[in-house]
Design a binder for this molecule. Structure first.
Ligand code: SF4
Length: 425
């Protein structure tokens, strides 16, 4: 699909100047300055002549529509579901998808109508020992093709790639909420301080856009965020990790592992079949060496699947010497599979096994559990309430229920309230 309306966040100064080639050169500069401040609505570009503002209204895509806005944790967590109109240019086949293995590209749904995207704002008030933070978690794809069975986004399938503007605007929407005082809690900054690429989608499967968005956020003439305030997560697309390393920016890389060995990871993170753990960890180490940044590993704890003490020990032996930090994330319930987070004592035992083995780790409690703040859950809820299905969820449930392997048969830990999956016959 060709974009009919230019994405101003992808144009850059030169592109804006070309778009406004009948205007004095400084007009493009003025528009650029508004954009980098997060103002993308021409009616608010008050130093432009009224006629130019009207023209920009026709030239540039309209701002996204706020479909849902929910709040939790005493207002410190905000989640929005943004609707971008078709003219904004959702492009399911743009470059970047080829980095994802071909087997994972099946089922990409090309849609020309509106696209819904989730973003989360997490605020941390200042404390004596720490400045306040306002972190935006952005999506890079509408849905995801990676098919991790425990994830609500994966269960909804991939609906398309986001554009640079669609990624950056998720930050500008939150910037506005903050600057308008929507989070009225002492010690919370009035601007975005950190951005994590951990929302819907696999950022490195939309690599060109992710890199362009990172540049926008980091550019001293742009949002001017320190690269150290930006985190890009990946489920393990090794070519993308290498390209990210070539940027030479000290961006934090967060690698989602979720299993200590290839056998289990092949099922929990299907891309592992293309890029197994040894290859992934080597690429991650190389990234860390080049960027000088400490790695973060993410590990979703699923009761009876990957949360045993033996598994923690095997994970520790893999990660020893990395100097990395492991975030343990108790699983959020999703529509398609009956898996649950382990009981707290099991989580603590897993944590202790890691730390006893010399691996730094913490249990990260999901912000906003009451508002479906985990990746993809707000969309899943919205889609089903709108009468849509989650196509990949059906596939995941069927695949797991017919697995010949006993590894993916639920074996709830003693005391778990989570339902068991029936053993395969
Ligand atoms: S966990 Fe990440 S990579 Fe896997 S399906 Fe969900 S969004 Fe995609």
């Amino acid at each position: 699909m060709t974009m009919s309306i230019p994405d101003p966040y992808a144009l850059g100064r030169g592109g804006l100047a070309a778009l406004l080639d009948d205007q004095p050169r400084y007009r493009a500069e003025q528009v650029h300055r508004w954009l980098v401040r997060g103002v993308d609505d021409p009616t608010e570009m008050t130093d432009l002549p009224r006629s130019l503002r009207a023209r920009l209204m026709e030239l540039l895509p309209p701002p996204p529509v706020l479909l849902r806005h929910t709040s939790a944790d005493g207002g410190l967590t905000r989640k929005v579901l943004l609707g971008f109109p078709a003219s904004h240019g959702l492009d399911p086949l743009r470059s970047g998808l080829e980095i994802a293995p071909r087997s994972l590209q099946a089922g990409v749904e090309s849609r020309a109508d509106a696209v819904e995207i989730e973003s989360v704002l997490m605020c941390y008030p200042a404390r004596q020992d720490r400045a306040g933070r306002a972190t935006v978690c952005v999506s890079t794809q509408a849905g995801c093709a990676m098919g991790c069975p425990f994830c609500a986004t994966g269960q909804a399938g991939l609906r398309g790639q986001l554009s640079v503007g669609q990624v950056v605007r998720q930050v500008t929407v939150m910037q506005r909420l903050l600057s308008q005082g929507a989070v009225d809690v002492p010690g919370v900054p009035d601007h975005v301080t950190n951005v994590v690429f951990m929302g819907m989608g696999e950022p490195l499967a939309n690599l060109d856009v992710t890199i362009a968005a990172v540049r926008w956020l980091h550019d001293p003439d742009g949002f001017d965020l320190s690269a150290r305030s930006i985190t890009v997560s990946t489920v393990g697309l090794v070519p993308g990790i290498r390209r990210l390393g070539e940027l030479g920016l000290p961006i934090t890389l967060a690698v989602s592992l979720h299993a200590p060995d290839d056998e289990l990871r092949d099922d929990l993170v299907p891309v592992n079949r293309q890029h197994p753990l040894a290859e992934l960890l080597a690429a991650a180490r190389q990234y860390s060496d080049r960027s000088g940044r400490r790695l973060t590993f993410e590990y979703v704890l699923i009761d009876g699947i990957n949360a045993g003490v033996d598994q923690a020990r095997r994970l520790a032996s893999r990660l020893r010497g990395f100097g990395a930090h492991v975030n343990l994330i108790p699983m959020n319930a999703t529509p398609a599979v009956p898996w649950r987070a382990p009981p707290v004592p099991v989580q603590l035992a897993f944590l202790a096994a890691l730390t006893d083995a010399g691996v730094t780790a913490t249990i990260r409690h999901n912000r906003g559990g009451a508002i479906d703040a985990a990746c993809g859950q707000l969309y899943a809820d919205y889609a089903m309430a709108s009468g849509r299905t989650l196509p990949a969820a059906v596939g995941a449930a069927e695949r797991l229920s017919t697995q010949g392997s006993t590894r993916l048969v639920m074996a709830p830990t003693q005391g778990s309230a989570g339902p068991a999956m029936a053993p395969p016959s």
